[in-house]
Design a protein around this ligand. Structure first.
Ligand code: CA
Length: 299
């Protein structure tokens, strides 16, 4: 792994966690969480046969991705070249099939743009030699069809927006069920798990005992249950008592939820894990599966 620092490429595999003493076979770069940065999928021969390394770039950087549709029989436009120009800088990518042993990168092309924030211009050279020029939106995955132009664009980075909102959670003070004000992150434990729930949410009520049990088995973690229900505090108290979380429940306020829930379609329970500095580490929406529980406290 190399990192481009001021135009110089320096070894960075030890500081990024990508340098590992494993018998690697395949490496695939793909933005699998659609936040605009390239993550890595690794395939190893024996120990840890499959790994996904999520890239956690700080906000403020731009990127685009393009997926090309060619013509019969080469619908995936294998061999097409895309040259991107953004504020005078050029980058070129080619659609390739079979670019890693025992693996295959997605056929979409990813361009990291750093701080370049003008609309990227693309020169498309299709496999049959046809050349087209188009402009594509910044911070989006854009589907482009030969001779038809842009078919659709999907914005990148909804997760980053949620995470940056969740960063504000740690400064929040909310009321507990006795009316006392309490910081959401109020212990010095290594991890604080914050779960947003509601008395009317059956999925939440199914998840809460599991989260409570999980936290009790990990003494270096703390948990807080923030509830979405401002009107019927009696129902909240009754439900929290039934779930055995009365002393861990905090009443959410509308302004608090407005901060977090930019996306109306988000599914509760929402569980966010913070490290001891209050930085968000993980975000889960909906039911957690076994794999989620295995990773919940990983640094
Ligand atoms: Ca990513």
């Amino acid at each position: 792994m190399f990192t481009n620092i001021g135009g110089k490429f320096v070894y960075s595999h030890f500081v990024t966690g990508t340098g590992q003493n494993l018998d690697g076979r395949s490496v695939i770069a793909a933005d699998f969480d659609r936040d605009g940065d390239q993550d890595l999928i690794l395939r190893n021969l024996q120990k840890i046969p499959f790994q996904i390394l999520r890239n956690q770039l700080p906000p403020g950087h731009h990127a685009i991705a393009v997926k090309l549709k060619g013509q019969s029989p080469n619908w995936d436009a294998i061999g097409a070249q895309v040259t991107l120009t953004c504020e005078g800088k050029l980058q070129r990518r080619q659609v390739a099939a079979g670019d890693s042993f025992l693996g295959q990168s997605p056929l979409e092309l990813h361009f990291g743009l750093g701080t370049c924030s003008s609309m990227p211009q693309l020169k498309l050279r299709w496999p049959d030699g046809l050349v087209e020029n188009i402009a594509v939106p910044l911070d989006a995955l854009t589907y482009v069809e030969r001779k038809k132009g842009i078919i659709k664009s999907i914005p990148l980075n909804p997760r980053r927006e949620l995470l940056s909102s969740s960063e504000r959670i740690r400064t929040q003070v909310l009321s507990d069920l006795k009316g006392q004000k309490k910081k959401i992150i109020h212990s010095d434990k290594a991890h604080t798990i914050v779960t947003l729930w509601a008395p009317w949410c059956d999925a939440c009520k199914a998840e809460i005992p599991k989260l409570k049990d999980f936290t009790s088995k990990h003494p270096d973690s703390e948990i807080a249950f923030v509830v979405f229900e401002e009107d019927d505090v009696g129902l909240v108290k009754k439900t929290a008592k039934g779930l055995g979380i009365s002393n861990k429940t905090l009443l959410g306020e509308q302004s608090f939820f407005n901060e977090i829930l930019k996306n109306d379609e988000v599914e509760i329970p929402i569980t966010i894990v913070f490290d001891k500095t209050g930085a968000p580490m993980r975000y889960f929406s909906g039911k957690l599966d076994e794999a989620d529980y295995r990773t919940i406290l990983l640094d």
